[in-house]
Design a protein around this ligand. Structure first.
Ligand SMILES: [Ca+2]
Length: 203
């Protein structure tokens, strides 16, 4: 111990001899320096991440929206097919001087209709509504998946209320979901007819 005392005495007066415990306290107080083996547990800063719990979902329910009342429109000049006649600005027409009887419009083989009651509205125009009462067109709705005609109707000239005036002719039918459905207009070649469109509504 005398040797130690001599060494301490020989140190610069600014040097202070302390015990290990005193050194640790000194370091912590003045520098905050972690001392090996004595480091305090590392505490993580508060996370900036949002809480992992999900907010209430704003997504709509996945159930299929009801199709009742929904309407599909098939424009004759753009969305239907033809075996006779020609395109006009607002539809597809056939005339006695130019065409032979045949399918004026057919298609579009939609699979969108729901199972259940539907109504197809054929929008038609004729050039003369009074000359006679011959058949103008035969309208039908056909299930192309089964090959079955679901409904059929012959339209005669005098069912049309006036010349060169658009008029809807309705056919009610029952569709099967996922089946290919087409609407057809067979022209009898008796007078000028133009078809604007077919709309189908789920009832
Ligand atoms: Ca049209």
């Amino acid at each position: 111990m005398d040797a130690v005392a001599r060494c301490v005495a020989a140190l610069d007066p600014a040097v202070r001899v302390v015990t290990p415990e005193e050194l640790i306290v000194h370091l912590r107080r003045n520098f905050g320096t972690p001392v090996p083996g004595t480091a305090p547990p590392t505490t993580q800063p508060p996370t900036a991440q949002p809480p992992t719990s999900q907010p209430p979902s704003t997504q709509p329910p996945t159930t299929q929206p009801p199709l009742k009342g929904k309407t599909w429109t098939f424009e004759a000049e753009r969305e239907l097919s033809h075996l006779v006649g020609r395109r006009e600005a607002d539809g597809w027409s056939a005339a006695t001087a130019k065409d032979s009887r045949g399918f004026l419009c057919y298609g579009p083989y939609t699979k969108d209709l729901p199972r259940g009651a539907c109504v197809a509205r054929f929008r038609l125009l004729v050039d003369n509504a009074t000359a006679d009462d011959l058949p103008v067109v035969t309208l039908d709705v056909r299930d192309a998946t089964t090959g079955r005609v679901l409904v059929e109707r012959i339209v005669r000239r005098r069912e049309m209320k006036a010349a060169m005036t658009w008029q809807d002719v309705e056919l009610a039918f029952t569709a099967e979901a996922g089946h290919l459905i087409e609407t057809r207009t067979f022209w009898h070649g008796t007078l000028y007819v133009r078809e604007d469109r077919v709309t189908v509504a789920a009832r």
